[in-house]
Design a binder for this molecule. Structure first.
Ligand code: NAD
Length: 303
């Protein structure tokens, strides 16, 4: 359940929802729910504001009253949209509202890796005084894979830091690139030329493990890779090998193949900076997402 929609919380979004329906059911656990937890909870619900729960066909088929799954967020990969469509359940999302939050976190991860901020923070707190040589963004080349709403925020931040920006997107907006001084490149060119590669594309069958042993070997030595999109896009065992060999100079992750990551070998390395899929969690984005998710839910149920 989105924070601003938790019971007892005073928020405009919750008020809107209460005015629409007096019969609200809340996620009692404060974490994504399993299939078996979701089914009894959603039994009598017409609409569902969904966060990071996996919504399978079993859940959809077992909740016959359900008319709308209103995703609070962008990705649809946790919802079986095909099954929802088969069962006549509309699925909506909230594109664009958290782009600034995620894009800024991606850039924060670049800086955190570049200057080893988490590592130095820990060392300084522990009484150490280790100065470690990092790198500057000015003049470096960044390749943005997926120039959608989040990719564009990262491009803007990167230009602000004096980086050369290129992007690969199968549906690239050439006009936008021209206007914002972004070089539109092929995937191969982008991967081969960049000092920093930032992932902002959706997870689909065709993009699962797009970053693998082969694509990693085609990258520049010392490349920094940032993933705030979805975990499955990077083959983490290939990334581990690239870090171990020194091929990869740093890795910033807000998304993992398994979330939360259990005993990840990636945490062996000081040049790996991790955050807990928290890209969208700013005050502004949380509010915008809740507002948009509730509007979508009400619009569908009113029609
Ligand atoms: P978007 O739809 O605006 O942009 C995605 C872009 O990727 C589109 O321009 C699309 O053409 C492009 N694309 C599609 N297939 C591609 C491919 N094979 N190679 C390169 N580009 C490709 O979406 P967005 O809002 O910018 O979100 C981007 C990603 O960020 C999504 O995967 C989303 O799940 C993820 N996300 C993460 C968080 C977080 O908390 N970390 C929050 C929101 C979104």
């Amino acid at each position: 359940t989105p924070t601003s929609l938790q019971p007892g919380k005073k928020s405009r979004e919750l008020e809107t929802l209460k005015q629409f329906s007096e019969d609200l059911v809340f996620n009692p656990a404060g974490r994504p729910l399993t299939e078996d937890e979701l089914i009894p909870l959603l039994q009598d619900c017409d609409g569902y504001v969904a966060g990071l729960d996996f919504i399978t066909e079993k859940v959809i088929a077992s909740c016959p009253k359900l008319k709308v799954i209103s995703r609070y967020g962008v990705g649809y990969d946790r919802v079986d949209v095909a099954a929802a469509t088969r069962h006549g359940v509309v699925v909506t999302n909230t594109p664009g509202v958290n782009s600034e939050a995620v894009g800024e976190l991606a850039f924060a991860l670049i800086l955190a890796v570049a200057r080893k901020i988490p590592y130095l923070n820990q060392d300084t707190r522990n009484g150490g005084w280790m100065r470690s040589t990092g790198f500057e963004c000015l003049g470096k080349k960044i390749c943005i894979l997926g120039l959608g709403s989040i990719g564009k925020v990262v491009a803007r931040c990167a230009r602000g830091f004096g980086m050369e920006v290129c992007a690969y997107d199968p549906y690239i907006d050439e006009g936008y690139c021209l206007e914002h001084n972004i070089a539109a490149v092929s995937l191969e060119e982008g991967i081969a030329q960049a000092d920093v590669i930032s992932l902002h594309l959706p997870l689909m069958d065709s993009t699962r493990h797009l970053i693998n042993k082969e694509t990693l070997s085609a990258m520049k030595d010392g490349v920094v890779l940032i993933n705030t999109s979805r975990g499955g896009i990077i083959d983490e065992s290939a990334a581990y090998e690239a870090l171990k060999s020194g091929k990869m100079g740093g890795l910033g992750l807000d998304a993992f193949e398994e979330e939360p990551p259990k005993d990840s070998l990636l945490f062996e390395f000081d040049n790996v900076v991790a955050t807990p899929h928290t890209g969208a969690h700013t005050k502004e984005a949380t509010q915008n997402m809740a507002k948009a998710a509730i509007k979508n839910l009400i619009d569908v149920l009113n029609n």
